[in-house]
Design a protein around this ligand. Structure first.
Ligand SMILES: Nc1ncnc2c1ncn2[C@@H]1O[C@H](COP(=O)(O)OP(=O)(O)OP(=O)(O)O)[C@@H](O)[C@H]1O
Ligand SMILES: [Mg+2]
Length: 344
């Protein structure tokens, strides 16, 4: 990759907290959490890169290192060629950080305009240039009419728009968006996605690193996605390629009436894997299964034969679909958890 806007190379970050324990002898114990464990990836200029991972995987920690807000224990990071550890002020000028759903980024008692003015001043912007920029951003986020209301009077979604405006005030080249659509209503979320796609990337050619727990947001926006777990990249690819890596194969949603234990056992052999099973709340005789199959044709035949082989059983419904990004996410993170447990 030639022009990398962001580089993480073998980043390690261990949080060390001192904790008072009353167990004998009562004293401070050191609790260590390895948030980043050799994290590496590169993001090209103008790319939208999705960083996905379970809670606690290390996404926010990564963003804080790239933004020059947190020093890693080892490894290197670069944003626009700048090392955020040795040159945090330069890095901060090139990077805009948006921590979704965290209202502490704004002063509650100040108005939207006053907040943006304050942040503009911190970045060394002032006068007409700043006022014009603030008007532009308020207009862009549909907040012109609420510009002079204090933040504590805003809904979560309105606050989120001002948080995003704050991250953009100094026109940064790289945007680190930590859950930018959290708390937004479906329409506002769609507007935010369209803004990221059209304005930030389409027109201004910014580089975007995005974290989210909403798979459809990641899928719609990202050119490539890294799934991380326990501070390491466990998969990195385009959204389509990742979907296919949900153990390859096909997902089958099946409903069977009067399925007994023996039938269910027959179904979980020969390349068929039961992902979930449960009985219908209103009709306990109806079992719903989600299966993953290596090969679709063999699986269909196997399910039909299994049901025919059990006298009372009846096949009610069978939907066949491609694995979704969510399937891939669950499969890959489960697999990495199992490997971690086996190596522990
Ligand atoms: N300031 C801190 N002190 C101690 N531990 C921390 C601190 N910040 C984060 N951690 C720990 O580091 C790990 C990674 O946290 P991080 O916030 O980076 O995860 P995340 O991927 O952003 O999770 P989420 O999806 O929940 O936002 C977690 O185990 C978390 O408890
Ligand atoms: Mg986080």
């Amino acid at each position: 990759m030639t022009n990398s806007a962001i580089v993480c190379d073998k980043l390690i970050k261990v949080y060390r907290n001192r904790r008072w324990e009353k167990i004998l002898p009562p004293r401070y114990y050191l609790k260590e959490i390895r948030a980043l464990d050799g994290l590496s990836f590169e993001i090209a200029e103008g790319e939208v890169f999705g960083l996905l991972g379970p809670n606690g995987a290390g996404k926010t920690t990564t963003i804080q290192v790239l933004a020059g807000l947190l020093i890693p224990d080892s490894g290197t990071a670069r944003v626009c060629g700048i090392d955020p550890v040795t040159h945090p002020d330069e890095a901060k000028r090139r990077v805009g950080v948006v921590a979704g759903g965290n209202p502490r980024q704004l002063y509650n008692k100040l108005t939207a305009r006053e907040n943006l003015r304050y942040w503009g001043h911190l970045y060394g912007i002032s006068g007409h240039v700043l006022e014009r920029r603030i008007d532009e951003l308020l207009e862009l986020f549909g907040m012109t009419e609420r510009a002079d209301d204090v933040i504590e009077k805003f809904s979560a979604g309105m606050t989120q728009r001002i948080i995003l405006a704050r991250g953009l005030i100094h026109d940064p080249d790289v945007l680190l968006l930590d859950e930018p659509t959290v708390g937004l209503d479906p329409k506002a979320s769609r507007e935010m996605r369209s803004f990221i796609k059209k304005r930030l990337v389409g027109e201004s050619e910014k580089t975007v690193l995005l974290t989210t727990h909403e798979m459809h947001v990641a899928e719609e926006l990202s050119d490539r996605i890294a799934i991380i777990n326990h501070g390491r990249v466990i998969a990195l690819d385009t959204p389509e390629a990742l979907r296919k890596r949900a153990n390859g194969g096909t997902i089958l949603d099946v409903e069977i009436l009067n399925a007994n234990g023996r039938l269910l056992q027959t179904l979980s052999t020969n390349g068929l894997q039961v992902l979930s099973s449960g009985d219908d709340a209103e009709n306990p005789a109806l079992t719903r299964l989600r299966l993953r199959a290596e090969d679709e044709d063999t699986a269909l035949q196997q399910i039909i034969e299994a049901v025919l082989g059990h006298r009372d059983a009846r096949l009610i419904r069978m939907d066949v679909r491609e694995p979704s990004l969510e399937d891939a996410f669950v499969f890959l993170t489960d697999q990495s958890d199992k490997e971690a447990a086996a190596n522990a």
